[in-house]
Write a protein of this length. Structure first.
Length: 348
Protein backbone atom coordinates (compact mmCIF):
# COMPACT_ATOMS: atom_id res chain seq x y z
CA UNK A 1 0.00 0.00 0.00
CA UNK A 2 2.68 2.57 0.86
CA UNK A 3 4.34 1.78 -2.47
CA UNK A 4 1.01 2.30 -4.36
CA UNK A 5 0.46 5.62 -2.60
CA UNK A 6 3.96 6.65 -3.62
CA UNK A 7 3.22 5.85 -7.26
CA UNK A 8 0.02 7.90 -7.11
CA UNK A 9 1.81 10.86 -5.56
CA UNK A 10 4.51 10.76 -8.24
CA UNK A 11 1.88 10.46 -10.98
CA UNK A 12 -0.06 13.42 -9.59
CA UNK A 13 3.13 15.44 -9.24
CA UNK A 14 4.06 14.64 -12.84
CA UNK A 15 0.57 15.59 -14.06
CA UNK A 16 0.52 18.89 -12.16
CA UNK A 17 4.10 19.64 -13.23
CA UNK A 18 3.24 19.01 -16.86
CA UNK A 19 0.14 21.19 -16.61
CA UNK A 20 2.12 23.97 -14.95
CA UNK A 21 4.77 23.78 -17.68
CA UNK A 22 2.09 23.95 -20.41
CA UNK A 23 0.44 26.95 -18.74
CA UNK A 24 3.80 28.68 -18.33
CA UNK A 25 4.76 28.03 -21.97
CA UNK A 26 1.41 29.38 -23.16
CA UNK A 27 1.80 32.45 -20.96
CA UNK A 28 5.30 33.04 -22.35
CA UNK A 29 4.08 32.72 -25.93
CA UNK A 30 1.24 35.14 -25.27
CA UNK A 31 3.63 37.53 -23.58
CA UNK A 32 5.82 37.51 -26.69
CA UNK A 33 2.81 38.53 -28.80
CA UNK A 34 1.83 35.16 -30.28
CA UNK A 35 -1.77 34.01 -30.67
CA UNK A 36 -3.79 30.90 -31.29
CA UNK A 37 -5.72 30.20 -34.50
CA UNK A 38 -9.24 31.59 -34.84
CA UNK A 39 -10.86 32.00 -38.24
CA UNK A 40 -13.09 35.08 -38.58
CA UNK A 41 -16.74 34.03 -38.75
CA UNK A 42 -17.64 36.83 -41.11
CA UNK A 43 -18.09 35.03 -44.45
CA UNK A 44 -21.37 33.89 -45.95
CA UNK A 45 -22.23 31.98 -49.10
CA UNK A 46 -23.35 34.04 -52.09
CA UNK A 47 -24.71 32.27 -55.17
CA UNK A 48 -23.45 34.97 -57.56
CA UNK A 49 -20.17 36.22 -56.09
CA UNK A 50 -19.19 33.11 -54.17
CA UNK A 51 -18.87 34.63 -50.71
CA UNK A 52 -19.43 38.00 -49.06
CA UNK A 53 -19.04 39.51 -45.60
CA UNK A 54 -21.91 39.12 -43.15
CA UNK A 55 -23.33 42.53 -42.12
CA UNK A 56 -23.21 43.75 -38.52
CA UNK A 57 -20.62 41.32 -37.16
CA UNK A 58 -17.95 41.76 -34.51
CA UNK A 59 -15.68 38.69 -34.52
CA UNK A 60 -12.23 37.76 -33.23
CA UNK A 61 -9.63 36.76 -35.82
CA UNK A 62 -6.18 35.51 -34.89
CA UNK A 63 -3.17 33.70 -36.30
CA UNK A 64 0.30 33.17 -34.87
CA UNK A 65 1.45 36.78 -35.37
CA UNK A 66 -1.78 38.77 -34.95
CA UNK A 67 -5.04 38.95 -33.05
CA UNK A 68 -7.66 41.50 -34.11
CA UNK A 69 -11.38 42.18 -33.99
CA UNK A 70 -13.23 42.26 -37.31
CA UNK A 71 -16.27 44.55 -37.45
CA UNK A 72 -18.66 44.85 -40.38
CA UNK A 73 -21.31 47.50 -40.90
CA UNK A 74 -24.93 47.25 -42.07
CA UNK A 75 -23.81 47.12 -45.72
CA UNK A 76 -21.48 44.19 -45.13
CA UNK A 77 -18.31 46.30 -45.38
CA UNK A 78 -15.46 46.17 -42.90
CA UNK A 79 -15.56 49.12 -40.52
CA UNK A 80 -12.59 50.79 -38.85
CA UNK A 81 -14.32 50.47 -35.48
CA UNK A 82 -17.66 49.40 -34.10
CA UNK A 83 -20.38 51.18 -36.10
CA UNK A 84 -21.65 52.87 -32.93
CA UNK A 85 -18.17 54.30 -32.36
CA UNK A 86 -17.61 55.40 -35.96
CA UNK A 87 -18.32 59.07 -36.64
CA UNK A 88 -20.60 59.69 -39.60
CA UNK A 89 -19.50 62.13 -42.30
CA UNK A 90 -22.60 62.50 -44.51
CA UNK A 91 -21.29 65.67 -46.20
CA UNK A 92 -17.94 64.23 -47.24
CA UNK A 93 -17.54 62.70 -50.70
CA UNK A 94 -16.79 58.99 -50.53
CA UNK A 95 -13.97 56.87 -51.88
CA UNK A 96 -14.95 53.22 -52.21
CA UNK A 97 -11.99 50.81 -52.07
CA UNK A 98 -12.36 47.57 -54.00
CA UNK A 99 -9.87 44.78 -53.44
CA UNK A 100 -8.95 41.58 -51.64
CA UNK A 101 -7.41 40.93 -48.23
CA UNK A 102 -5.06 43.94 -48.55
CA UNK A 103 -8.03 46.27 -48.97
CA UNK A 104 -9.81 44.37 -46.21
CA UNK A 105 -6.91 44.85 -43.80
CA UNK A 106 -6.08 41.20 -43.09
CA UNK A 107 -4.16 40.82 -39.85
CA UNK A 108 -4.37 44.43 -38.63
CA UNK A 109 -6.88 46.34 -36.53
CA UNK A 110 -9.52 48.31 -38.38
CA UNK A 111 -7.95 51.61 -37.30
CA UNK A 112 -4.58 50.46 -38.74
CA UNK A 113 -5.88 49.34 -42.12
CA UNK A 114 -5.19 51.08 -45.42
CA UNK A 115 -8.69 52.63 -45.82
CA UNK A 116 -8.81 54.06 -42.30
CA UNK A 117 -5.26 55.43 -42.47
CA UNK A 118 -6.03 56.91 -45.90
CA UNK A 119 -9.03 58.75 -44.47
CA UNK A 120 -6.82 60.14 -41.73
CA UNK A 121 -4.19 61.27 -44.24
CA UNK A 122 -6.84 63.23 -46.13
CA UNK A 123 -8.79 64.58 -43.13
CA UNK A 124 -7.27 68.06 -43.03
CA UNK A 125 -6.67 68.55 -46.74
CA UNK A 126 -8.65 69.91 -49.67
CA UNK A 127 -9.87 66.36 -50.28
CA UNK A 128 -11.32 65.21 -46.93
CA UNK A 129 -12.85 62.05 -48.33
CA UNK A 130 -14.75 59.49 -46.35
CA UNK A 131 -13.14 56.12 -47.15
CA UNK A 132 -15.17 52.92 -47.20
CA UNK A 133 -13.69 49.55 -48.06
CA UNK A 134 -15.38 46.74 -49.96
CA UNK A 135 -12.24 44.62 -49.67
CA UNK A 136 -13.03 40.91 -49.24
CA UNK A 137 -10.32 38.27 -48.67
CA UNK A 138 -9.77 36.03 -51.68
CA UNK A 139 -11.50 38.29 -54.21
CA UNK A 140 -10.28 38.95 -57.74
CA UNK A 141 -11.28 41.76 -60.09
CA UNK A 142 -14.31 39.81 -61.36
CA UNK A 143 -15.85 39.52 -57.89
CA UNK A 144 -14.91 43.11 -57.05
CA UNK A 145 -16.74 44.27 -60.17
CA UNK A 146 -19.87 42.30 -59.20
CA UNK A 147 -19.75 43.71 -55.67
CA UNK A 148 -19.40 47.24 -57.09
CA UNK A 149 -22.60 46.75 -59.09
CA UNK A 150 -24.45 45.98 -55.85
CA UNK A 151 -22.92 48.84 -53.88
CA UNK A 152 -23.04 51.62 -56.48
CA UNK A 153 -26.48 52.92 -55.53
CA UNK A 154 -25.86 52.35 -51.80
CA UNK A 155 -22.46 54.00 -51.36
CA UNK A 156 -22.57 56.50 -54.27
CA UNK A 157 -18.84 57.21 -54.24
CA UNK A 158 -17.05 60.02 -56.01
CA UNK A 159 -13.96 57.84 -56.53
CA UNK A 160 -13.66 54.06 -56.85
CA UNK A 161 -10.17 52.89 -55.91
CA UNK A 162 -9.29 49.45 -57.24
CA UNK A 163 -6.47 48.02 -55.12
CA UNK A 164 -5.10 45.44 -57.56
CA UNK A 165 -2.99 42.48 -56.46
CA UNK A 166 -0.72 40.65 -58.96
CA UNK A 167 -2.62 37.41 -58.33
CA UNK A 168 -5.78 39.03 -59.71
CA UNK A 169 -4.63 38.30 -63.26
CA UNK A 170 -4.78 34.55 -62.71
CA UNK A 171 -7.69 34.80 -60.28
CA UNK A 172 -9.85 36.37 -62.98
CA UNK A 173 -9.75 33.16 -65.03
CA UNK A 174 -10.09 30.69 -62.15
CA UNK A 175 -13.30 29.12 -60.88
CA UNK A 176 -12.21 28.56 -57.27
CA UNK A 177 -9.99 29.89 -54.50
CA UNK A 178 -8.39 27.95 -51.64
CA UNK A 179 -8.55 29.72 -48.28
CA UNK A 180 -7.52 27.88 -45.15
CA UNK A 181 -9.07 24.43 -44.99
CA UNK A 182 -11.75 25.18 -47.59
CA UNK A 183 -12.06 25.66 -51.31
CA UNK A 184 -14.39 28.51 -52.25
CA UNK A 185 -16.04 28.61 -55.66
CA UNK A 186 -16.39 31.80 -57.67
CA UNK A 187 -17.95 32.98 -60.94
CA UNK A 188 -16.09 33.63 -64.17
CA UNK A 189 -16.50 36.12 -66.95
CA UNK A 190 -16.21 34.94 -70.55
CA UNK A 191 -15.46 37.31 -73.40
CA UNK A 192 -17.68 37.77 -76.45
CA UNK A 193 -16.45 40.42 -78.88
CA UNK A 194 -14.26 41.77 -76.08
CA UNK A 195 -17.18 42.22 -73.68
CA UNK A 196 -17.25 40.23 -70.41
CA UNK A 197 -20.30 38.07 -69.78
CA UNK A 198 -20.97 36.39 -66.45
CA UNK A 199 -20.87 32.58 -66.47
CA UNK A 200 -20.82 29.72 -64.00
CA UNK A 201 -23.57 31.01 -61.71
CA UNK A 202 -25.02 30.05 -59.37
CA UNK A 203 -21.73 28.90 -57.89
CA UNK A 204 -21.67 25.99 -55.41
CA UNK A 205 -21.02 26.57 -51.74
CA UNK A 206 -17.56 26.03 -50.28
CA UNK A 207 -16.31 22.55 -49.42
CA UNK A 208 -13.45 21.17 -47.38
CA UNK A 209 -10.16 21.07 -49.23
CA UNK A 210 -8.35 19.24 -46.40
CA UNK A 211 -10.36 16.28 -45.05
CA UNK A 212 -11.02 16.53 -41.33
CA UNK A 213 -9.69 13.13 -40.32
CA UNK A 214 -9.91 11.41 -36.94
CA UNK A 215 -7.68 13.98 -35.21
CA UNK A 216 -9.88 16.95 -36.12
CA UNK A 217 -11.72 17.13 -32.75
CA UNK A 218 -8.35 17.33 -30.97
CA UNK A 219 -7.04 19.94 -33.44
CA UNK A 220 -10.17 22.02 -33.00
CA UNK A 221 -9.58 22.04 -29.25
CA UNK A 222 -5.89 22.94 -29.64
CA UNK A 223 -6.19 25.74 -32.24
CA UNK A 224 -6.90 28.55 -29.74
CA UNK A 225 -3.50 27.92 -28.08
CA UNK A 226 -0.51 29.97 -29.20
CA UNK A 227 1.89 27.05 -28.78
CA UNK A 228 -0.19 24.99 -31.19
CA UNK A 229 0.07 27.83 -33.73
CA UNK A 230 3.85 27.93 -33.19
CA UNK A 231 4.08 24.18 -33.78
CA UNK A 232 1.97 24.45 -36.94
CA UNK A 233 4.13 27.25 -38.30
CA UNK A 234 7.27 25.18 -37.63
CA UNK A 235 5.82 22.18 -39.47
CA UNK A 236 4.73 24.30 -42.45
CA UNK A 237 8.12 25.95 -42.67
CA UNK A 238 9.88 22.60 -42.49
CA UNK A 239 7.73 21.33 -45.35
CA UNK A 240 8.55 24.38 -47.39
CA UNK A 241 4.97 25.62 -47.56
CA UNK A 242 5.61 28.95 -45.90
CA UNK A 243 8.46 31.44 -45.98
CA UNK A 244 9.23 34.12 -43.42
CA UNK A 245 8.58 37.42 -45.18
CA UNK A 246 9.60 39.74 -42.39
CA UNK A 247 11.62 41.89 -44.78
CA UNK A 248 9.91 43.69 -47.65
CA UNK A 249 9.92 41.48 -50.70
CA UNK A 250 8.40 41.40 -54.15
CA UNK A 251 5.92 38.59 -54.88
CA UNK A 252 6.77 36.04 -57.51
CA UNK A 253 5.53 37.29 -60.89
CA UNK A 254 2.15 35.80 -61.86
CA UNK A 255 1.59 33.92 -65.09
CA UNK A 256 0.36 36.63 -67.45
CA UNK A 257 -1.42 34.41 -69.96
CA UNK A 258 -3.20 36.00 -72.94
CA UNK A 259 -6.56 34.88 -71.54
CA UNK A 260 -5.84 36.37 -68.10
CA UNK A 261 -4.69 39.65 -69.64
CA UNK A 262 -7.70 39.90 -71.94
CA UNK A 263 -10.27 39.12 -69.23
CA UNK A 264 -8.63 41.49 -66.75
CA UNK A 265 -8.51 44.31 -69.30
CA UNK A 266 -12.17 43.77 -70.18
CA UNK A 267 -13.22 43.76 -66.50
CA UNK A 268 -11.33 46.99 -65.76
CA UNK A 269 -12.86 48.58 -68.85
CA UNK A 270 -16.35 47.52 -67.75
CA UNK A 271 -15.76 48.83 -64.23
CA UNK A 272 -14.45 52.12 -65.61
CA UNK A 273 -17.44 52.50 -67.94
CA UNK A 274 -20.01 51.74 -65.24
CA UNK A 275 -18.35 53.97 -62.64
CA UNK A 276 -18.12 56.89 -65.04
CA UNK A 277 -21.80 56.45 -65.87
CA UNK A 278 -22.56 57.31 -62.23
CA UNK A 279 -20.46 60.49 -62.42
CA UNK A 280 -17.56 59.02 -60.45
CA UNK A 281 -14.02 58.11 -61.52
CA UNK A 282 -11.76 55.07 -61.17
CA UNK A 283 -8.26 55.01 -59.73
CA UNK A 284 -6.15 51.84 -59.87
CA UNK A 285 -3.33 51.12 -57.39
CA UNK A 286 -1.07 48.06 -57.73
CA UNK A 287 0.33 46.43 -54.60
CA UNK A 288 4.13 45.92 -54.78
CA UNK A 289 4.97 43.69 -57.73
CA UNK A 290 7.53 43.03 -60.42
CA UNK A 291 8.16 45.40 -63.31
CA UNK A 292 6.45 43.24 -65.95
CA UNK A 293 3.19 43.09 -63.99
CA UNK A 294 3.27 46.83 -63.38
CA UNK A 295 3.92 47.45 -67.07
CA UNK A 296 1.00 45.29 -68.22
CA UNK A 297 -1.46 46.76 -65.71
CA UNK A 298 -0.23 50.27 -66.43
CA UNK A 299 -0.82 49.72 -70.15
CA UNK A 300 -4.38 48.56 -69.46
CA UNK A 301 -5.07 51.66 -67.38
CA UNK A 302 -3.53 54.05 -69.92
CA UNK A 303 -5.69 52.54 -72.66
CA UNK A 304 -8.75 53.33 -70.54
CA UNK A 305 -7.43 56.75 -69.39
CA UNK A 306 -7.47 55.55 -65.79
CA UNK A 307 -5.00 57.05 -63.31
CA UNK A 308 -2.54 54.34 -62.22
CA UNK A 309 -0.43 54.13 -59.05
CA UNK A 310 2.41 51.62 -58.80
CA UNK A 311 3.03 51.21 -55.06
CA UNK A 312 6.36 49.43 -55.53
CA UNK A 313 8.44 52.67 -55.45
CA UNK A 314 6.78 53.70 -52.16
CA UNK A 315 7.79 50.38 -50.58
CA UNK A 316 11.27 50.28 -52.09
CA UNK A 317 13.91 50.28 -49.36
CA UNK A 318 11.31 50.02 -46.59
CA UNK A 319 11.77 47.38 -43.92
CA UNK A 320 9.32 45.69 -41.56
CA UNK A 321 6.23 46.13 -43.73
CA UNK A 322 4.81 42.59 -43.52
CA UNK A 323 3.50 40.42 -40.73
CA UNK A 324 6.35 38.12 -39.59
CA UNK A 325 4.63 34.83 -40.45
CA UNK A 326 2.18 36.10 -43.03
CA UNK A 327 2.38 37.64 -46.49
CA UNK A 328 0.12 40.61 -45.73
CA UNK A 329 1.02 44.16 -44.77
CA UNK A 330 1.42 45.04 -41.12
CA UNK A 331 0.35 48.47 -39.83
CA UNK A 332 3.53 50.06 -41.24
CA UNK A 333 2.82 48.61 -44.69
CA UNK A 334 -0.75 49.91 -44.66
CA UNK A 335 0.49 53.36 -43.68
CA UNK A 336 3.00 53.44 -46.56
CA UNK A 337 0.31 52.49 -49.09
CA UNK A 338 -2.13 55.02 -47.65
CA UNK A 339 0.36 57.88 -47.88
CA UNK A 340 1.18 57.04 -51.51
CA UNK A 341 -2.48 57.02 -52.53
CA UNK A 342 -3.28 60.12 -50.47
CA UNK A 343 -0.63 62.05 -52.37
CA UNK A 344 -2.53 61.35 -55.60
CA UNK A 345 -5.99 62.08 -54.20
CA UNK A 346 -4.81 65.42 -52.80
CA UNK A 347 -3.87 66.64 -56.26
CA UNK A 348 -6.44 69.01 -57.80
Amino acid sequence: MPRARGYRRRALALAFGTLAAVVAAEGLARGLGYHGLADPRVFQYDAEIGWTLIPNRHEWHSALDFGVWITTDADGLRAGARPADSPAHPMRPTVLVLGDSFAFGWGVRGDQSFPTVLEGELANTRAPYRIRTAGVPGYSTDQEYLLWRRLAAVVRPKVVLLLFHPSDFSGNVQASQVMGRNIYFKPRFQLADGTPHLAGVPVPDKREWIPSGVTEPLRRWLRPFANYAIAQAAVQRFRGRQTNLAAASTPRPPELTPDALAVTAALIAALNRDVRATGAEVLVALTPSDGATAQRLGDICRTQSIPFIDLQPAFSGQRDVLLPFDKHWNAHGHAIAARAVAAVLRKP
